[in-house]
Design a binder for this molecule. Structure first.
Ligand SMILES: Cc1cc2nc3c(=O)[nH]c(=O)nc-3n(C[C@H](O)[C@H](O)[C@H](O)COP(=O)(O)OP(=O)(O)OC[C@H]3O[C@@H](n4cnc5c(N)ncnc54)[C@H](O)[C@@H]3O)c2cc1C
Length: 452
């Protein structure tokens, strides 16, 4: 599509994965775009960081084979999946103190038989529990992984006669891992949607994809190159303070009292910032009211450097009944002996100082891997607003991309994608908003041609 010389660039505010995806999508269709990010780097909540000598991500991220839109966009900008991601069929194992580990392994069978077999052969659980998990999964499939009236995951599991042992060893870690929300308050609708996306279509949807390189090199860096070679521009350190709206239309934005005129804006900031920017405008009060009840949940990542010879023996290992939920071996990234320990969701650890938290995590690891030496150094990265909370009825509080203001679109993981807060939700939402603008440009061009 050739750009109209009269067209003002579309402005995308926020350079997280949603904003980047939106800008790339527009650039793919030759629509002039300016991506404005307040920080000094792109990536938002999925970014690379340097803490002292440590070059890591702000938190260990994992993608799934079901991240269709993200993987598709990477391909479209020329990123070869295997250069940046390593893929493995789903295989999870959890330590339990004083008991045999629990492990879930998907065999090489088409979906959903791979799930059925994985549940039936779950190691560390009784036959009764495994059959009960299988019956539950079949019931979910029958209902297309949907639920009319939302309730908590805990209530839903109880309704489906899942035993405490099964909940503790399987559903609870999957729920907190996928939704970053504990199951007593987590939305069953969102949880089922995640299970459906991962297990009901292709077997490869449940594959785990870990990054081979830092997060910045997976998407933000190649996307910047793509945008800038397709007539777009990426501007860092540019904090948008206000939206300018006149007669129901977006007319521009302001950055430090400087007005930038535009007819189209994709606002891809976190929900708290979005709310602040929408609040002054009468037309957007309904959206503000809808969003006001969104909450956030934290993720804490503890990086422990052991001797370089220390190996986990797997990509990741879960842990039950401990503060540490997952441990990832950064040896995969060439950072031998570096372990990333993930603690998702709310918990007592939020009130502990870093030293206490590291000591607790190191003690848990020492109990699980008694042969390892003590860690040599440690770093804690706390993301207090890592994700929105996928609590019961959360979908009612997630706004649509289209707003009451002409030319203003919303994007971000929190918008109404029905997915939990994920990279895929962010990318999907960004691409969706961009596609609405692309369609409207096409329509306008068509109308102009008809007039001629
Ligand atoms: C520790 C951690 C671990 C995670 N693990 C996973 C995982 O394993 N798998 C997964 O799929 N997801 C994971 N997530 C969730 C995932 O990172 C997010 O869902 C996703 O990055 C959200 O992207 P976004 O673009 O919607 O929002 P953000 O990333 O929040 O992007 C918003 C951007 O807007 C910018 N901004 C804010 N205000 C302004 C302003 N006024 N002007 C201009 N720019 C502004 C911000 O700086 C930011 O860059 C994790 C998140 C965290 C924090």
């Amino acid at each position: 599509m050739k750009p109209d010389p009269e067209t003002k660039p579309v402005i995308v505010i926020g350079g997280g994965w949603a904003g980047i995806a939106a800008a790339v999508e527009l650039a793919r269709y030759d629509i002039p775009v300016i991506l404005l990010e307040s920080a000094k780097q792109l990536g938002g909540r999925a970014r690379s960081v340097n803490v002292d000598e440590l070059h890591v991500d702000n938190g260990q991220h994992m993608l799934l084979g079901a991240y269709e839109s993200t993987l598709d966009l990477l391909r479209k900008i020329g990123v070869n999946e295997s250069d940046v991601l390593q893929r493995k069929p789903l295989s999870l194992q959890w330590h339990r103190s004083g008991k045999k580990p629990v492990s879930l392994n998907t065999p090489n069978l088409p979906a959903p038989f791979h799930l059925a077999w994985a549940l039936l052969t779950l190691k560390g659980l009784s036959l009764r529990d495994r059959l009960s998990a299988l019956r539950f999964a079949r019931q979910l499939e029958k209902n297309n992984f949907t639920l009319d009236d939302d309730c908590s995951v805990a209530d839903f599991l109880a309704q489906h006669h899942q035993s405490p042992a099964l909940i503790h060893a399987l559903w609870e870690p999957l729920c907190i891992g996928a939704l970053n929300t504990h199951l007593h308050e987590a939305s069953a609708q969102v949880f089922l949607r995640t299970l459906g996306d991962s297990f009901s279509h292709a077997r490869s949807d449940s594959d785990l994809l870990l990054t081979r390189v830092n997060l910045g090199s997976v998407f933000p860096k190649p996307a910047t190159d793509y945008i800038e070679t397709h007539k777009g521009s990426v501007r860092l350190g540019q904090r948008t303070n206000a939206l300018c709206i006149e007669n129901g239309r977006i007319t521009g934005i302001t950055i430090d009292n400087t007005h930038i005129a535009t007819n189209e804006v994709i606002l891809a900031t976190p929900h708290t910032t979005t709310l602040r920017l929408l609040r002054p405008h009468d037309l957007l009060q309904e959206t503000c009211q809808q969003m006001a009840r969104l909450q956030d949940r934290p993720i804490c990542t503890i990086y422990l450097q052991f001797d370089k010879t220390v190996r986990l023996g797997r990509w990741l290992h879960g842990s039950l009944g401990t503060i540490s939920q997952w441990i990832f071996d950064r040896g995969l990234y060439g950072q031998h002996g570096l372990m990333a320990v993930v603690v998702s969701g709310d918990g007592d650890h939020q009130h502990w100082d870093n030293q206490t938290l590291c000591a607790q995590v190191a003690a848990e690891i020492a109990a699980q891997y008694p042969q390892w030496p003590a860690p040599q150094s440690q770093q804690v990265i706390r993301e207090k607003r890592a994700t929105f909370a996928s609590i019961v009825n959360v979908n009612q509080h997630r706004p649509n991309a289209k707003t009451a203001v002409q030319g203003l679109w919303l994007a971000g993981d929190y918008t109404n994608t029905y997915l939990p807060a994920t990279l895929e939700g962010a990318v999907r939402s960004g691409r969706y908003s961009a596609q609405q603008i692309i369609t409207s440009h096409r329509r306008q061009r068509h109308q102009q041609q008809e007039k001629i």
